[in-house]
Write a protein that binds this ligand. Structure first.
Ligand SMILES: N[C@@H](CCC(=O)N[C@@H](CS)C(=O)NCC(=O)O)C(=O)O
Length: 85
């Protein structure tokens, strides 16, 4: 299974929903990178994703996006496909 990385902040409803979605799809060992308080990590997230909002989700080399894109992937069945690569 590819590595799953989620950039988050602590008080972020979309982050909570993204993490819950991953867990209900059997992904419990994802790497969470908190960006609050770390300008370096926040800049890394912006550089890799081109976005300023959290969460930002990566599956392997693929930048999925935020919670909305993650949910769209789940609903279309493409999340399972990405996770099998
Ligand atoms: N459509 C985005 C919305 C993400 C979003 O609005 N996240 C909030 C935190 S829960 C955020 O980063 N707000 C700061 C900002 O908009 O700059 C998603 O589905 O992930």
């Amino acid at each position: 299974m590819p590595e799953v990385v989620v950039y988050t902040t602590r008080f972020c409803p979309y982050c909570v929903r993204a993490k819950a979605l991953l867990k209900r799809n059997g992904i419990t060992d994802f790497t969470e990178i908190p960006v609050a308080g770390s300008d370096q990590k926040r800049q890394e997230m912006i550089r890799l994703s081109g976005r300023h909002t959290v969460p930002q989700v990566f599956i392997g080399d693929t930048h999925v996006g935020g919670f909305t894109e993650l949910r769209n992937l789940e609903e279309s069945g493409q999340l399972d496909v990405l996770l099998k690569h």
